[in-house]
Write a protein that binds this ligand. Structure first.
Ligand code: ADP
Ligand code: MG
Length: 236
């Protein structure tokens, strides 16, 4: 249901962020995107939500070519995507509930974020009792959970997450990863850029590895690197 055909992104003539990327993703897949800093992981996710426009090739999502969507129609794409970015945009002096409601209105998601629905997704991510807390009172891990709640509020078929466990302690990172696996169990496609080698090696899923903007590996149940590290074991 997602198809990338020869996708490239050139930010300027000296800098090809992505070159000739080809892959297909089926509905319900869980895909890790790995690779060193600067490899093109974030750029790939940004192309998939049209935060950036590709400069070559084509991205087909469902029955649409993403590069053909007009700016004024982008909201139709966005409301079908759950997006968890590296820096989640929140308003620190708004409550958790107000932030979720405000953000949904800001992206023109067309969803009326009624309190019941917000409460339900907060419960799903284990943040039910924080609905009226201010964002700046929460830990980074808790803020990430709110970002995930916001991303899943429309029941999107696809979730894009950019290094959601960066800057988290091991316990919070594990909680966040478990949430994504739980979301994936409802047939939501998850595409996640990550540096979490332990998780990639422990919970094996499809791995796309980028290097200098090239897709150098596409492996079912792959490890973080071609050489498995026996030290990498998470205790659940
Ligand atoms: N807005 C931008 N303008 C110019 N170059 C960019 C921009 N965003 C990313 N790049 C470049 O594209 C390449 C890939 O970056 P990125 O996708 O952020 O990598 P990663 O997320 O894997 O660390 C890097 O060389 C980076 O400098
Ligand atoms: Mg990045």
């Amino acid at each position: 249901m997602i198809s990338l055909r020869n996708v490239s992104k050139e930010f300027n003539s000296k800098n090809m962020a992505l070159t000739g990327i080809n892959f297909d993703a089926k509905q319900g897949e869980f895909i890790y995107v790995v690779g060193p800093s600067g490899a093109g992981k974030s750029t790939l996710l940004k192309l998939l939500c049209r935060e950036e426009q590709l400069t070559g090739g084509s991205i087909i999502m469902g029955n649409t070519r993403l590069e053909k969507i007009k700016t004024r129609s982008l909201y139709k794409l966005r409301r079908q995507l759950g997006i968890v970015l590296q820096t989640d945009l929140f308003i620190p002096y708004y409550s958790v509930f107000e932030n979720i409601r405000y953000c949904l209105e800001a992206v023109g998601s067309g969803t009326f974020a009624d309190e019941k629905r917000v409460q339900a997704v907060l419960k799903e991510v284990g943040m039910a009792e924080y609905k009226d807390s201010y964002l700046n009172e929460l830990s980074i891990g808790q803020q990430k959970k709110v970002a995930i709640a916001r991303a899943i509020i429309n029941n999107p078929p696809i979730i894009l997450a950019d290094e959601p466990t960066a800057n988290l302690d091991a316990k919070s990172a594990l909680e966040i990863m478990k949430l994504f696996f739980k979301i994936n169990r409802t047939k939501t496609t998850v595409i996640m850029a990550t540096h979490d080698s332990t998780m990639v090696n422990t919970v094996r899923r499809r791995v796309l590895e980028l290097q200098n903007g090239y897709l150098i590996r596409d492996e079912e149940n792959g490890g973080f690197s071609s050489i498995a590290d026996p030290k990498d074991v998470y205790i659940w």
